[in-house]
Design a protein around this ligand. Sequence first.
Ligand code: 6PG
Length: 253
Amino acid sequence: MLRVFPDLPSLTRSAADLFLERLGYTAETSPFRVALSGGETPEGFYRLLASDPFLHSIPWKKVQLFWGDERCVPSDDPRSNERMARRALIDHVPIPPTQVYPIRCEGSAREAARRYGRLLQSLFGLEGPSFDWVLLGLGEDGHTASLFPGSHTLLETTELALATEGGDPDLPRVTLTLPAINRSACVVFLVSGDAKAAALHAVLEGERDSTRWPAQHIRPQAGDLFWLVDEAAASRLDDLSSLTSQAAARGNS
Ligand code: 6PG
């Protein structure tokens, strides 16, 4: 499902409305498990969830927060995805602290990835994670989470989290793997700005080359996939209606 919005604020508002809608799909007694994205684009979305009407409409006691990826820096480092989410969202909502599961990189990224994978296994059971909502961004090189072009992480079929490196900032990182993401009920990309236009065109309309364009690997097996983009990011897309039908055919519905 591709939706194009005039600008980032309208895209962000739609993402928050969708978040509330998806919460309604889960039973009152079930947790609503969310994997957060890092980078800059989602910050406005996090701030919106922490403000009215969302702040008092979201049943925060149901929500469990995870991360789709993390840079291996201290949690108070300005480059930390956890720090951004805490300052924009977590510190301002009544979510029980025990329901927030950051990726902590004490020691090596490899050790941190192993720990996080075991945590997901323990919480989601042997079936492996099935997040209710995975939030993703798109890098200018077509990466998503910390799944970078040509990376070994793209080949993983069983582990739920892996150590990797690269990106901007170029750091050791931990990322959810494709199996962990593609079992989700709902995956939502937020893509904004003309700097992303070439990557969005390549991912949605270009030749299928998911090693070069990792975001092409994101195809929930049984879940829904939403591309919420602004007009600047969509500026290189061809005829949107045909794209929507192509996306549906590819499973990028
Ligand atoms: C990270 C992010 C990364 C991000 C994209 C887009 O840790 O760097 O998870 O995957 O989503 O790079 O970043 P922006 O939204 O800031 O452009």
